[in-house]
Design a protein around this ligand. Structure first.
Ligand SMILES: NC(=O)c1ccc[n+]([C@@H]2O[C@H](COP(=O)([O-])OP(=O)(O)OC[C@H]3O[C@@H](n4cnc5c(N)ncnc54)[C@H](O)[C@@H]3O)[C@@H](O)[C@H]2O)c1
Length: 432
């Protein structure tokens, strides 16, 4: 790009509400390659990294992990990759334009914020944050530095999700005042560590894996994959799957968040040492719509994923497609039994959706547009999930101020919107 057209582009980006100030270090032209690094080379990180590599305009530069075995595996995905054990060294590098962050949830905030401060764009896995305070700080860093930050809620790039939202917004199933979301499966008799043994492997930096979380001695169950079942690192299936299904509900509602939330649940049956609920019911109150979350880890019966209930029909959607079932009036005098609308069906392709989501990020790195799952949506959806978990842990109804991002009149609930980072990471404490 010539310098005059770069100036024009920068000016129009600011005027048209695109991401904002351009990276003063580098503007990447349409035909140029983007220098990318991966932080967190577990199952998810490696899987999406391989998809990044399928894009001709991705120049893979570095991979980083605190577990040498996974780092070595990731280093073999492309020739000449540099390897790092400390993500700060990746972020310091001037030859990297964008980072992909697929660490456990308690390690999303600090790398994202430092990457934004270093004028790098970020693809960060869902759920965006471990706490509401973290998400707010991540969003502020992205906006302050004009960074493109895509949250890994890939449904936002799924053509059948986009079409479903359009159909509902066009009124095809009638007004929607109830959305049922959830995730159910039968994980009995519980989980056990698969990757790691009782003795800490010499090639795992446990101290760095824990990072800002409270110190505990090495525990193989808390680490690879199963971090999901511990409050210090994640939020169970509520944040794991809520970051997907509740994200779509909030997308339709175009709302920042609920006005109130109530919930009950617990880890009643699974005795594997995890902490997050195995049965959880949550009700969110939006202005004119109730959103419910049903989580079950101990009984599946049928998949309870995501259903939009309209007055004329219901749209049920998952990654492999959606179906629309018409309402048929029954048992009411003066009403006919003709369906209120046509039944409909559309197939979806989960793999294509991920490819499109990554492509959308790369395109936005060049165009400076906001990506499909912009960090603000990632933050608001993760917040909705955190609110559900806080209500479950307290076992009561909470009222929420979406502007202040605070519970109304509940100090105990507000204290759960953040946690104290451990040294030396306390310098990044949100709100300090
Ligand atoms: N979008 C999706 O559909 C989807 C699917 C699966 C997982 N995820 C998300 O991806 C993330 C990772 O999940 P996973 O199942 O791959 O977990 P995992 O435990 O298999 O992998 C995490 C990796 O991060 C590494 N790590 C930990 N701390 C680190 C640090 N400070 N610096 C560098 N590396 C560090 C770990 O050693 C591990 O290799 C989670 O946030 C999860 O929610 C998203």
């Amino acid at each position: 790009m010539k310098s005059s057209s770069r100036r024009e582009f920068a000016k129009s980006a600011l005027l048209t509400g695109t991401v904002g100030a351009l990276n003063p270090l580098r503007v990447i032209g349409a035909n140029e390659r983007i220098n990318v690094a991966l932080i967190g080379c577990g199952d998810r990180g490696t899987a999406i990294w391989k998809k990044f590599l399928l894009n001709q305009d991705v120049n893979p530069v570095a991979v980083c992990d605190v577990y040498e075995k996974f780092l070595t595996r990731a280093a073999a995905t492309a020739p000449g990759l540099k390897t790092f054990r400390d993500f700060r060294q990746v972020i310091e590098r001037k030859d990297i334009d964008a980072v992909v962050i697929a660490t456990p949830d308690h390690w999303h905030a600090i790398p994202t914020i430092l990457a934004c401060n270093s004028m790098k764009d970020v693809y960060v896995e869902k759920p965006l944050s471990l706490t509401v305070a973290e998400g707010r700080q991540m969003l502020s860093a992205a906006r302050q530095h004009g960074r493109v930050v895509q949250t890994g809620s890939q449904q936002r790039s799924g053509p059948h999700y986009q079409k479903a939202i359009r159909i509902i917004q066009d009124g095809v199933i009638g007004p929607v005042h109830k959305i049922s979301a959830g995730f159910t499966r039968n994980a009995m008799p519980g989980f056990k560590p698969v990757e790691l043994g009782a003795e800490k492997p010499a090639d795992l930096d446990w101290e760095m894996w824990l990072g800002p979380a409270p110190y505990v001695p090495y525990d193989p169950f808390r680490c690879i994959y199963h971090f999901r079942w511990f409050w210090n690192y994640s939020g169970g299936q509520m944040t794991n799957w809520g970051a997907h299904n509740l994200d779509i509900a909030r997308w339709l509602l175009k709302a920042k968040g609920p006005r109130a939330v109530t919930s009950f649940g617990g880890r009643y049956e699974l005795k594997d040492g995890g902490q997050t609920p195995d049965v959880q019911e949550i009700i969110y109150q939006f202005d004119d719509c109730l959103v419910t979350w049903s989580g079950r880890e101990v009984n599946r019966l049928r998949d309870e994923y995501l259903v939009f209930h309209g007055t004329k029909g219901s749209l049920s959607i998952m990654r492999d497609g959606y179906t629309v079932s018409p309402e048929i009036w029954r048992g009411l005098k003066n009403r006919n039994t003709i369906p209120e609308m046509e039944a409909m069906e559309e197939k979806g392709d989960p793999r294509q959706m991920e490819d499109l989501h990554i492509r959308n990020f790369l395109d936005c790195v060049k165009s400076r547009q906001r990506p499909n799952a912009d960090i603000e949506d990632g933050h608001l959806t993760a917040t909705m999930c955190h609110l559900g978990n806080i209500a479950t842990r307290l076992g009561r109804t909470l009222r929420w101020d979406t502007e202040k991002e605070q519970f109304i009149g509940d100090r105990e609930a507000n204290s759960l919107l953040t946690y104290r980072y451990r040294k030396p990471w306390d310098r990044y404490q949100p709100g300090d």
